[in-house]
Design a protein around this ligand. Structure first.
Ligand SMILES: C[S@@+](CC[C@H](N)C(=O)[O-])C[C@H]1O[C@@H](n2cnc3c(N)ncnc32)[C@H](O)[C@@H]1O
Length: 233
């Protein structure tokens, strides 16, 4: 392994220290998020949200045109792969900082015969992806998990082609009591920043170069759908 690759791995291991899904919570999360009914119960009881928009939005994957490049960051345990078929002729880059989460995605891709999926360990703020290479980026459950969400959005915008689509979900403030309790623990333990409010999320998306924003917010949980500014293909 070259020194550069070792340095990169070390930097990612260090960044993983602020990752709330790097430990046992990641394993628990992976278990329930794959089970839609259980996930909706846990989403309601623990977080006070309805996670239906997350599952609904994943159906966008089913109709992407052939030859599309899809970036799924953070891919977590590969939830979105449930909406990809082996016959879809797309290039699917599944990216996550945590090697255990990524391994779950790789296992799932193999189990489901999804040979178009490449799994890549990377920090969302430094994606090893060429500029304007991506047609669709999924960013579910990411912005509230990232140490630097503004930098993450900037890097995602760089990777998307003009007219490319960003689709994601995130918690936003002001939170309900349960969310405040859970997030204050994560913020203390993992050094994560305060949640953005809905307006701040919209401003940050604009600042990063997104337009045509559709934003749905309910009980502190947001679904966003936006295009990378510029003329599409
Ligand atoms: C709540 S999970 C969401 C995963 C998946 N999109 C889903 O909806 O199930 C958050 C993920 O963000 C990843 N993560 C945290 N910080 C990251 C970073 N800086 N770069 C890339 N991934 C990161 C975690 O490892 C975890 O898998």
């Amino acid at each position: 392994m070259s020194v550069t690759a070792q340095d990169r791995d070390r930097a990612m291991d260090a960044a993983n220290g602020s990752n709330p899904c790097a430990g046992s919570f990641g394993a628990l999360y992976s278990f329930y998020i794959e089970r839609r009914r259980l996930s909706r119960v846990i989403g309601g009881l623990a977080w006070g949200i309805d996670s239906a928009p997350l599952y609904g939005s994943l159906t966008a994957l089913e109709t992407v045109p052939d030859r599309s490049v899809i970036l799924d960051v953070p891919c977590g345990s590969g939830l979105a792969l449930g909406h990809l078929r082996p016959s879809q002729r797309v290039s699917y880059l599944a990216v996550d900082l945590d090697p255990r989460m990524l391994a779950r995605t790789a296992d799932r891709a193999e189990r489901d015969g999804l040979s178009q999926v490449d799994c890549l360990r990377a920090d969302v703020t430094e994606l090893p992806i060429p500029t304007s290479a991506v047609d669709l980026c999924l960013c579910h459950g990411g912005l509230h998990s990232f140490a630097d969400p503004a930098k993450a959005l900037g890097e995602i915008a760089r990777c998307l082609r003009p007219g490319g689509r960003l689709l994601g979900t995130t918690f936003v403030g002001p939170s309900n009591l349960r969310q405040r309790f859970l997030f204050s623990g994560l913020q203390r333990r993992n050094g994560l920043p305060e949640l953005w409010g809905a307006e701040e999320l919209a401003d940050e998306l604009t600042r990063a170069g997104f337009t045509n924003l559709k934003l749905g917010v309910r009980a502190g949980y947001a679904l966003f759908d936006a295009d990378r500014f510029g003329r599409g293909r």
